[in-house]
Design a protein. Structure first.
Length: 102
């Protein structure tokens, strides 16, 4: 009985995970995909900034941690122009400041 449920669920999961890679060849030269490649890093950073600044507790130490991590993220992105590096470094610094320092 359990296998009758798990096998179709597993097959659907594998197919849904493989689908984007099979469509990649078709969409490679699409202007929409190029637009998303430019827009997504900015969107991810915006979501992280809003979540961080609106989700902090009332203590000044948490706000200072968020602002310091935001500053490091912005400066690192301005310096290196690598969204992955700046997002990872800013998020890691924020997590360290909130969980270890504060």
């Amino acid at each position: 009985m359990v296998a009758a449920v798990l096998i179709p669920v597993g097959i659907v999961t594998v197919l849904l995970r493989a689908l984007p890679f099979s469509l990649l060849r078709v969409l490679k030269d699409s202007p929409f995909i190029g637009f998303l490649a430019v827009l997504m890093p900015v969107g991810v950073m915006t979501v992280l900034v809003v979540y961080t600044l609106l989700g902090y507790s009332a203590s000044p130490a948490h706000l200072l941690s968020a602002l310091l991590a935001l500053t490091v993220t912005l400066l690192l992105h301005w310096w290196k122009r690598r969204a992955d590096l700046s997002i990872f470094a800013g998020t890691a610094l924020y997590m360290v400041l909130v969980n270890v320092v504060v």
